[in-house]
Design a protein around this ligand. Structure first.
Ligand SMILES: [Zn+2]
Length: 454
């Protein structure tokens, strides 16, 4: 009961002072978020509301066009691109267009909660028909949307100022990414592609409090609200935007980040065999056989891998670290801040030589080795193939020693693209007593926090 009263207060406060933020040439307060799996036209979606339903035109939420006293209704899309609304007994109550222009709310206007099949959402539900699919949309006030985002994006048990920093960042990010799904008829999806959104089901008092406390606050650079990407753990150094996405931005500049050093995924490793790696490459259109060797050929100033050369049994390829991460899997190769240990490769194989006076043996590396034969002819290693040339024949040392790697171990640090705020770094900073403004200014260069809501 206490929780319900609290929620009613929240909604009342927000509706009393909604900030209207300019987005392009229009002002935004409600957004359309795709939720749940799409349904087929003949699949029923069940909606529940303790207080019955109101049906509104999306642009005229001040007056309902129909009220339905049933607490459960069933929704079906049809081939005429309409949405049919049925009672539990199967009686057709009404039909609304399947273009999202008509929305369904609860009759409890102060605290509209609608359950869609198994999950509850605030505000309104609407539907888009696209071919044979029904897309389920939560038409929701932005601050209420953030209630369902924060606990999915950061542990609700984190120190309060880390939650407040995350709230302002999620709010700014939302406002600057609203065009992501415009061509599909809605604003945002509810996965990591946009921000993970779990609806009312996931709300937590601590994250709700952080959103309420920072109401109206945004991150701005040069007076404009900015896109504020964030990630799980920087591994010790954040990355500049141009190294990941190609666009240089003065506020997304890599910084030293000691706060991220002792938390989940600060360091990790994964092992892959040449065969496993070869097959992952091949499913991504890179057909170079089994992988014989991997070589990091370029890193950024924060030591993230920019380019890696892959030498296979039937060819070789140079790709970016980000591409390798997506090929191996972004949850396995958790960041591009990694080094590669090659068990059984030329890196670990030891070769000893005796010099002309019989002194030695002396250990030499295979890479870049020059061999002089009896006629003083010099052979320089070519690529990674180191050869011994005699008077008559040429011997490939790599082949002779069978130095092909048996496993590649990626030793890495951090989790995510590394741009903007490191969430585990922010959590550590908050624990150490930094406030949310200090946390934000550590991760975003030369920004200010502006308040548009109070
Ligand atoms: Zn998305």
């Amino acid at each position: 009961m206490k929780k319900i009263i609290c929620m009613i207060m929240i909604v009342t406060v927000f509706i009393g002072a909604m900030p209207l933020i300019s987005y392009g040439d229009k002002y935004v307060d409600f957004i359309d978020v795709k939720i749940e799996q799409n349904k087929e036209l003949n699949e029923t979606v069940r909606l529940f509301s303790e207080y019955g339903f109101y049906i509104y035109e999306k642009d005229r939420k001040d007056r309902d066009v129909l009220d339905i006293i049933d607490t459960e209704i069933h929704i079906l899309g049809n081939y005429a691109d309409d949405i049919e609304i049925y009672s539990v007994d199967g009686l057709l109550i009404t039909t609304i267009p399947g273009d999202g222009s008509v929305i369904i709310g609860s009759q409890d206007e102060n605290n509209s909660i609608i359950k869609v099949d198994e999950n509850r959402y605030r505000d309104y539900i609407t539907f888009l028909i696209n071919g044979n699919s029904v897309i389920i949309i939560n038409h929701i006030y932005i601050e209420n949307y953030l209630f369902g985002v924060l606990p999915r994006e950061i542990p609700a048990s984190s120190a309060a100022d880390a939650l407040k920093a995350q709230a302002i960042i999620a709010r700014s990010y939302t406002h600057t990414t609203l065009n992501k799904h415009r061509s599909e008829g809605y604003d945002l999806c509810s996965t990591t592609h946009c921000q993970v959104y779990g609806g009312y089901e996931w709300e937590h008092p601590a994250t709700n409090q952080a959103i309420i406390h920072t109401y109206g606050e945004y991150i701005a650079y040069d007076g404009q609200i900015i896109n504020t990407p964030y990630h799980s753990n920087s591994g010790g150094h954040t990355e500049s935007s141009e190294k990941v996405w190609g666009g240089k931005l003065p506020y997304l500049v890599g910084v030293q980040d000691k706060f991220s050093m002792n938390s989940p995924n600060s360091s990790w490793s994964i092992k892959l065999t040449p065969g496993e790696l070869g097959s992952k490459l091949s499913t991504n259109g890179i057909n170079i056989g089994d992988v014989k060797d991997l070589e990091i050929i370029e890193t950024t100033s924060s030591k993230r891998v920019e380019k890696v050369k892959i030498i296979g049994t039937t060819g070789e390829e140079v790709i970016t670290g980000e591409k390798l991460r997506s090929i191996i899997g972004a949850n396995d190769l958790k960041s591009t801040l990694f080094s590669i240990d090659k068990e059984g490769s030329s890196n670990t194989k030891k070769v000893y030589v005796l010099d002309g006076s019989g002194q030695g043996p002396k250990e030499v590396g295979l890479s870049g080795m020059n061999i002089v034969d009896g006629n003083n002819k010099t052979t320089v290693s070519r690529n990674l193939s180191n050869r011994v040339r005699g008077n008559e024949t040429t011997t490939d040392i790599e082949g002779a020693l069978n130095v092909q790697a048996r496993t590649f171990t990626f030793q890495g640090k951090g989790y995510g693209h590394g741009v903007g705020m490191s969430q585990y770094g922010a959590i550590e900073m908050a624990k150490l007593g930094y406030n949310y403004e200090e946390i934000i200014k550590h991760y975003y260069n030369s920004v200010e926090i502006i308040n548009l809501g109070k």
